[in-house]
Design a protein around this ligand. Sequence first.
Ligand code: SAH
Length: 258
Amino acid sequence: MTERSVVFVGAGPGDPRLITVRGKEMLERADLVLYAGSLVSPALLDWCGDGCRRVDSASLDLDTQIDLMVEAAEAGQRVVRLHTGDPSLYGAIAEQIALLRRRGVAVSVVPGVSSFQAAAARLSIEYTIPGGTQTVICSRRKGRTPVPDGESLDRLAAHGSTLVLFLSSGQAQAVVDDLLAGGRDGATPAACVYRATWPDERIIRTSLADLPRAMEEAAIENHALLIVGECLLPPEGRSRLYDGAFSHGFRPARPGHE
Ligand code: SAH
């Protein structure tokens, strides 16, 4: 019998075609798929075989989910835990992994396309700017879940980097207040991407100061990312990467341009 194991699979941001080939293979072979019903497209479950048991985790507490996965793994079944986006971000997989290991079940992870990557694609932007910020901060505003003091939004704002905020669209005004207090200019470009790559996706592009008003007008409160930074400006001129004056690993600078 194969080793008792559970595979965590990143489902991607919404569009079922954005799961990886490896993730799709895992669904095709699975005997049990435990998925987060509200966030994972039901169309993904069409990849599962006829005999596969599909269980929505939404109504199950953590212990029940673990029991279900352990029992199936112990019976030699192939178990998939399907998580939205990429499991490495706000997936709460660490607690599941600890409990599964404690019960003698091995785990592995198949990555997925995160919503923050899907949002960049839908906006056709690059979070890092040639000649500008080289940093993307993915974070969230504190809510019912705390955030360490050193990571409060006003402190993160001070870097002037690209900011991508998860789980914060229900408190847009507080986000903006924090970022202004941290020194970001109200005119900084900002965007809200609601349900990136789903059929009802919506995208707002505005300024930081105007973001709460624009989101209220669009009645967006959850399932959205907030993106702030100069990366949202239309690309101007040539990027330094392709500028003859700039040398990089594959192309020496043109003589006279060093
Ligand atoms: N692991 C996921 C994030 C889970 S936390 C990932 O990698 O994307 C859930 C939060 O992610 C939501 O509150 C929202 O802020 C964001 N999110 C997830 N899917 C999204 C989507 N398709 N469009 C916009 N935001 C999304």
